[in-house]
Design a protein around this ligand. Structure first.
Ligand SMILES: [Mn+2]
Length: 345
């Protein structure tokens, strides 16, 4: 049997952490749609029989009915594919959830908090999901595989835990128990970075999710599991350092940043080194794929406070204020920078 496994799309999330650029949240929400469409196209082209969605499919607090209608129409386009959804902590199966209130396409099966087994001719699919924003009862204990001759698959959303202390508020799952159970494939969601059991988020949510994002395509026979990662996110989030020590004006820095070949990717720039001027860059002047600039630069100043010039005396006074905690380091830097500027002009 052939399947696609994906998780953590978070449809309609506001993308708060990357919204420094006003339109980027909107752009990424459109890209959620195009990435999901890509999954649907892949399923059509390759005659995939099963689609597993392991939770955080949408964002309960933000999702709009229009988005639900949109994804459900795509589900209808693949009516030969059986779709299984396990609700996660961002889209729990609650009384006002669209999982419960919406009239989903016939090929869609949504699991609830009660572990359930669905029998298909070649495969038994076990699943359960969140019924609230947190969930810690260990359902896995109740699941027993009853037909080892068939392919057995588990779908849920949660945190795999290696040790013996199985606790936590996001459906803690014992790794030992998983291995004991002997599933042929375990389709999880929750961890946004691709890993054992996890496909990672379909598209990256921000700079804490660097690298490629997409879904898992798999082929299973009773004795063999073959999986492959398929990229679905057209962009990557990339973080780089730019040393400003040899840059002497804001214009030079802006020019340098605008020459970075960002391609289709989104960048966070960390300014490092010693600054030679006051850095206060307006993002409007920077190419649009750079969406964050963080300033980690330090002041480079030879402080000659021993002389009795006005500059020397000012710096000496300022140093005293810092020593007595009358000002903090940031204020110190700002005033020092100002003193230097005044006296050097
Ligand atoms: Mn998630």
């Amino acid at each position: 049997m052939k399947f696609v496994h994906l998780a953590d799309i978070h449809f309609d999330t506001p993308f708060k952490t990357i919204s420094d650029r006003a339109d980027l949240g909107k752009i990424r929400r459109l890209e959620q749609r195009s990435a999901f469409k890509k999954v649907i196209e892949f399923i059509k082209e390759n005659d995939i029989e099963y689609l597993f969605i392991s939770g955080d499919f949408f964002e309960q607090d933000y999702v709009r009915k229009s988005t639900i209608i949109y994804v459900n129409n795509l589900f209808k386009e693949i009516n030969n594919t059986k779709i299984y959804i396990a609700p996660g902590n961002h889209d729990p199966y609650m009384s006002n959830s669209y999982y419960k209130t919406f009239d989903w396409a016939e090929n869609v099966k949504i699991f609830t908090e009660k572990a359930e087994k669905v029998e298909n001719p070649e495969v038994n699919i076990y699943g359960y999901g969140f019924n609230n924003y947190e969930m810690n009862d260990n359902q896995l204990e109740d699941i027993k595989i009853d037909d080892k001759n068939k392919i057995n698959i588990l779908i849920t959303h949660g945190t795999v835990i290696s040790g013996n202390e199985i606790s936590g508020i996001y459906n803690p799952i014992s790794k030992n128990k998983l291995e004991e159970n002997g599933f042929d494939y375990v389709a999880l969601g929750h961890i946004h970075k691709r890993d054992n059991f996890y496909p990672g988020s379909l598209i990256s949510m921000g700079f804490d999710e660097i690298g490629e994002h997409g879904f898992i395509y798999g082929e299973i026979t009773k004795n063999k599991v073959k999986t492959e990662f398929i990229k679905a996110d057209e962009r990557e989030f990339i973080e780089i350092d730019v040393d400003v020590s040899d840059i002497y004006s804001e214009e030079d820095l802006i020019e340098k940043l605008n020459l970075i070949d960002t391609g289709n990717n989104l960048y966070e720039i960390n300014l490092i080194g010693y600054r030679n001027f006051i850095i206060n860059i307006d993002l409007k002047l920077i190419q649009k794929n750079i969406i964050k600039i963080k300033d980690y630069t330090e002041l480079k100043i030879e402080i000659k406070e021993n002389n009795n010039t006005l500059k020397g005396i000012s710096i000496k006074k300022l140093n005293e204020k810092l020593k007595n905690n009358e000002i903090n380091k940031k204020e110190y830097d700002e005033i020092l920078e100002l003193i230097i500027k005044i006296f050097n002009n």
